[in-house]
Ligand binder design. Sequence first.
Ligand SMILES: NC(=O)c1ccc[n+]([C@@H]2O[C@H](COP(=O)([O-])OP(=O)(O)OC[C@H]3O[C@@H](n4cnc5c(N)ncnc54)[C@H](O)[C@@H]3O)[C@@H](O)[C@H]2O)c1
Length: 336
Amino acid sequence: MPTALVTGSAGFIGSFVSERLLQDGFRVIGVDAMTDYYEVTLKERRHDRLKAYPEFVPVERYIEEPGMLLELFAKETPDVVVHLAAQAGVRYSIENPRSYLESNIVGTFELLEAGRAHPPKHMLLASTSSAFGANTKMPYREIDKADHQMSFYAATKKSTENMAHSYAHLFGLPITMFRFFTVYGPWGRPDMALFKFTKAILEGKPIDVYNFGDMKRDFTFITDLVEAIRLLIDTPPNPDAPLEDTDVDSLSPVAPWRVVNIGNSQAVQLTEFIEAIEAATGLKAERNLMPMQAGDVPATWADASLLKNLTGYSPRTTVQEGVAQFVSWYRSYYGA
Ligand SMILES: NC(=O)c1ccc[n+]([C@@H]2O[C@H](COP(=O)([O-])OP(=O)(O)OC[C@H]3O[C@@H](n4cnc5c(N)ncnc54)[C@H](O)[C@@H]3O)[C@@H](O)[C@H]2O)c1
């Protein structure tokens, strides 16, 4: 039975990825410190679902703890590593940048050191569409320069891409970096717009709409994202085998390292997203129009043709379908 080590297994994305790997016959070592950035009971409930699988091994520790991951890698020798633990969120990185430094930079360093000592067949690390920063050329392509991050969150994530490249080059570690585009769905994060909007609308409270509603996001539904990750796990980068017939491959010329966008390939207006919540709840939102928030970007839009070239797969869930699934989960989970 292959072993996968998933960091951030009690998180939104990590819990879905872990469950998929358990269903596919992996033993899963799930590392998560259950940080209190948002409600811990939600993380506990996600982990409880995974604990129903006998092959799930929860490890409640901080990844930046010196040598912790090194010891765990020595004991479990994972075949595959999916690194999703991080301090997430653009806005909170203005308030508490140190937690990003510790979880994202030091935590990823510890992970790379563990991989160096006990190399898995493939390590896959989460970066973000925010790495594209101030870029205005749309849709975003992995091979575009991305040097102007707008928040410290994005800066730490872009740094992990560079750190991982050096380890891939020096130690021959096959590494794929994901750039995720606004992931949403059932069990989603309470700090993200869909959760906050749904909660406020159901409670009859106004919603804060930034940049006066002139925002676009490439919204990616969780099960589509998991499918893409599952396929990429079986597609480690090989510097001797670049993709043919394409000019979009981000494969490093000197290392088994590649960065891959996972997005829906559609820039959806925030107003359309809010209308989907209104349709799913049957309620009208009271909009509180606000200026742009510091650190944020007005639009994101993925070119996901590299993902398609590598795996044959393209995310396809519409915002209307995905939002309806979220609202239905939210209502039953919170009895709202
Ligand atoms: N959700 C999105 O839209 C999105 C977009 C781009 C990138 N990402 C990235 O994807 C990954 C997963 O995101 P998510 O939405 O599931 O977030 P999440 O906050 O739900 O999950 C992260 C998990 O990591 C754990 N964690 C945080 N710091 C830790 C530490 N130092 N040690 C051990 N565990 C720690 C948290 O307790 C949490 O359960 C993150 O790396 C995030 O930056 C997410």
